[in-house]
Design a protein around this ligand. Structure first.
Ligand code: GRF
Length: 240
């Protein structure tokens, strides 16, 4: 069975109140190279396979996503995604959470490394650690996660298995902003897939993974393009 990897957040949810407007940070006026545009610099956090990281790398390479991955950070040295990043010439870091005495200390180290690279957006891509206020408060409305279900259905682990076992006829994937609520932040992009009669959890997970790879680059582009608003829980796109 294909392993489900989710970003798990602490239950210290602070509701998103009022309206926030996504404004692209000012670019360096002399910057003509895409790679030197700080407003389009992203950091990706992984724990494993890294196929969603690869989807972001591929979307950047073929021009569907105007962004630069400044760094890929893994909390496990054996994360296969690290090799994908290195193959694409992206800086990698391994910060094993076990090297830190507390979760706060681990998160503070993550924050320091991401800030040092001036990333404007952080993408969790199968990052298997609890994230608390030290991390979440450092990057308000700038952390994305991808989850293999049509949220709010089936949050948590093994979402594809949950959907299959529940007998859902439609499944899918969601990219959302990360808050302190497990898989509960404002939804940026969702896409549905059918659940076929002869599906197994693995065949369903593979179909969902295909749409994950489509929607993660789309959601990152929406975020980086700015002009969006958040009203309550609702993310509303800006003009394209
Ligand atoms: C994906 O299914 C994603 O939705 C979930 O973790 C898995 C990561 O897979 N959050 P990969 O490491 O990107 O291949």
């Amino acid at each position: 069975m294909m392993q489900d990897v989710v970003a798990i957040c602490l239950p210290s949810f602070t509701p998103v109140r009022g309206v926030s407007i996504g404004v692209r940070p000012q670019s360096d006026p002399g910057a003509s190279e895409l790679g030197s545009d700080p407003a389009r610099r992203i950091g990706v956090l992984i724990s494993g396979r890294g196929s969603n990281l690869q989807a972001l790398i591929d979307a950047i390479a073929d021009g569907r996503l105007r962004a630069e991955i400044a760094v890929v950070i893994a909390n496990r040295a054996d994360a296969a995604g690290l090799a994908r990043a290195r193959a694409a010439g992206i800086e990698t870091l391994t910060l094993p959470h076990r090297d830190y005495p507390t979760r706060d200390a681990f998160e503070a180290a993550l924050v320091a490394q991401l800030r040092a690279r001036g990333v404007a957006l952080i993408c969790l891509a199968g990052f298997m650690r609890l994230l608390g206020p030290t991390f979440l408060d450092a990057f308000p409305r700038a952390i994305l996660n991808i989850h293999p279900s049509l949220l709010p259905a089936f949050p948590g682990v093994d979402a594809q298995q949950q959907a299959w076992a529940h007998g859902a006829k439609i499944a899918g994937a969601t990219v959302h902003l990360v808050t302190g609520e497990l898989d509960g932040g404002p939804i940026i992009v969702q896409r549905a897939v059918p659940v076929e009669e002869d599906d197994t959890p693995d065949t369903l997970a593979a179909r969902i993974l295909d749409v994950e790879h489509q929607i993660y680059p789309e959601a990152v582009a929406l975020m980086l393009d700015g002009g969006w608003t958040i009203e309550g829980r609702r993310f509303r796109r800006g003009p394209r």
